[in-house]
Design a protein around this ligand. Structure first.
Ligand code: PLP
Length: 425
C-alpha cells in the first residue's frame, strides 16, 4: 500500500507531511553531507543549535509569541507537563508567599516557617477545569503530587451531562478560587482541546482574564498551531509534538519569562520538603531547562528537526498570513465533515455539544452506537483507504482526527464516504 493511497485520521501519533518524511529519511543517513546522520550528531553541536533556533523561530512566527516568552523543548511528553506545571508553579507560589511573610516577620525563621505552613494549609489551591479525559488525568496527577486538599476541581463537566464529557457549562457555574492581588490559586489549568472526547474551548475563558488574572496553564497537545492564540493570556502553554507538529518524542512549552529567575524564584528543595510538598525531577524544572537552552540533558534533535520542518513548511505556505491560513483550513475541513454528519441525523450522531465541538477530533456514533454497525462502518472506510477512524478505547465510537497534515482532499474523501454510507444505509 502506498502512502498516497490512504488518508490517516489517527489521533496521535498522527500523519506528517510526506515531503518532510522524505527529507527525514535522507538526513537520517547523511546530514548536510557530513557522512553521518542527524540522530548521530551531538545535541551540543552548532548544527543542533541551528535546528533549535529554527524551530523556535518558526513557532514564534506561527503563534506570534512575544519576546517575554521562552520556548522550551523537553522529552516529557504531554503527560510529563501535567506534573511539571504543578511542580514549577507550586514552587513559585510557595517562594512568593515565603518572601512576603519574611518581609512582615523579619529574620525569625521559625516564625516564617510556622506562618508559611499555615498559609500552605489554608490557601494553596490549584484550579482545574475538567472538560475531558486529559484534563481529568492532569487533575489526578496534581492530586497525586500535592494532595486532594490543594486541588480545586473548579469545573467537572460530567456533572451537568449525565456523567459524561461533551459539554462546557457556562463560566458562571465554575467554582474558581477567588483571585486576589499577590495571592489566589497557584495555577488555573485547562485542556484547550480534549482529544478523546472531541471537546474544544471555543475561545479563551473570560473569567480567567483581567486584573490579577491567575496563572493559566493550557494543554494544547491536540490543537497546537491550528488556530490563533493570544499567548499573553497564558502563563504556560504546552503540548506533545506528535499530533500537529511532529513525531513522538518531544513536548513544547511556551512559558512566560516572568515565571523564571530572577523575576520569580523557585522555593528551595529543603523548604518544599519541610512543607511536605513535592520536589520535582530536575529534567522537569523550567528554570534549569531554560537556562540551558533546552539542552540540560540529551535532547532528541531529530525530533526537533522534524517539528522545525513541519512548522517552517506552514510558515512558508501561509507567509504573512501565518497561522490565520492554517486556522481557515482547519475550520473548513472540520465544517465540511460536521455538516455532512448533521445532514444525516438518522445515521450519525455527533457526541459533544454543538457549541464545543472540536475542530481537531471529530467524535461521532453511527446508528446510535450499534457495535456491529460501527465495525462495518470502519471496515468500509478502510476499504477506501480511510484509516485510523476508531474512537478511543475508553469511549468507543468513531473519531476523525483532523490535524494539520490531514489534507483538504483527505477531508473530502471522508465526506464522500460519509455521504455514500448514509445513502446506502
Ligand atoms: N494531552 C492531550 C490533549 C493528549 O491528547 C495527550 C495524548 O494523546 C496527552 C496530553 C498525553 O500526551 P503524551 O502521550 O505525550 O504524554
Amino acid at each position: 500500500v502506498n502512502r498516497s493511497d490512504v488518508h490517516y485520521f489517527g489521533a496521535g501519533p498522527a500523519p506528517l507531511p510526506t515531503a518532510v518524511l522524505e527529507r527525514a529519511s535522507q538526513v537520517l543517513l547523511n546530514y548536510k553531507d557530513k557522512g553521518i546522520g542527524l540522530c548521530e550528531i551531538s545535541h551540543r553541536s552548532p548544527d543542533a543549535n541551528d535546528i533549535l533556533a529554527d524551530a523556535k523561530q518558526a513557532l514564534t512566527t506561527l503563534l506570534d509569541i512575544p519576546d517575554d516568552y521562552e520556548i522550551l523543548f523537553l522529552q516529557s511528553g504531554g503527560s510529563g507537563e501535567f506534573s511539571a506545571t504543578v511542580y514549577n508553579l507550586v514552587s513559585i507560589w510557595v517562594e512568593k508567599k515565603r518572601a512576603k511573610i519574611a518581609e512582615e516577620v523579619g529574620d525569625d525563621k521559625a516564625e516564617v516557617l510556622k506562618r508559611l505552613r499555615k498559609a500552605v494549609d489554608e490557601e494553596l489551591k490549584l484550579d482545574y477545569l475538567v472538560t475531558g479525559s486529559w484534563s481529568l488525568k492532569a487533575s489526578q496527577e496534581a492530586t497525586r503530587l500535592v494532595g486532594a486538599q490543594h486541588v480545586n476541581v473548579a469545573l467537572d463537566a460530567r456533572k451537568a451531562n449525565g456523567g459524561k464529557f461533551g459539554t462546557i457549562p457556562p463560566e458562571s457555574e465554575w467554582n474558581l478560587t477567588p483571585r486576589k492581588s499577590g495571592g489566589g490559586p497557584a495555577l488555573v489549568y485547562f485542556c484547550d482541546n480534549e482529544t478523546v472526547d472531541g471537546v474544544e474551548f471555543p475561545a479563551f475563558p473570560h473569567s480567567l482574564e483581567g486584573e490579577d488574572a491567575p496563572l493559566v496553564c493550557a494543554d494544547m497537545s491536540s490543537n497546537f498551531i491550528s488556530r490563533k492564540v493570544d499567548v499573553p493570556k497564558y502563563a504556560v502553554i504546552f503540548g506533545g509534538a506528535q499530533k500537529n507538529i511532529g513525531n513522538t518524542g518531544i513536548a513544547i512549552v511556551i512559558l512566560r519569562k516572568s515565571l523564571l529567575p530572577p523575576a520569580s524564584m523557585p522555593a528551595s528543595p529543603d523548604l518544599l520538603r519541610e512543607l511536605n510538598l513535592p520536589v520535582g525531577p530536575i529534567i522537569l524544572d523550567y528554570p534549569t531547562i531554560a537556562k540551558n537552552n533546552s539542552l540540560y540533558n540529551t535532547l532528541p534533535i531529530f525530533d526537533v528537526w522534524v517539528a522545525s520542518q513541519v512548522m517552517t513548511g506552514l510558515v512558508n505556505a501561509y507567509g504573512v498570513k501565518r497561522i490565520g491560513g492554517q486556522e481557515e483550513i482547519s475550520n473548513d475541513k472540520a465544517r465540511q465533515i460536521y455538516e455532512t454528519l448533521d445532514r444525516y441525523p438518522e445515521i450519525y450522531r455527533v457526541v459533544p455539544d454543538k457549541a464545543v465541538r472540536s475542530r481537531m477530533n471529530i467524535c461521532f456514533r453511527v446508528h446510535g452506537g450499534d457495535a456491529e454497525k460501527e465495525k462495518a462502518f470502519l471496515a468500509g472506510a478502510e476499504k477506501r483507504g480511510l484509516l485510523g477512524l476508531k474512537g478511543h478505547r475508553s469511549v468507543g465510537g468513531i473519531r476523525a482526527s483532523n490535524y494539520n497534515a490531514v489534507s483538504l482532499s483527505g477531508a473530502k474523501s471522508l465526506v464522500a464516504y460519509l455521504e455514500d454510507y448514509a445513502k446506502a444505509a
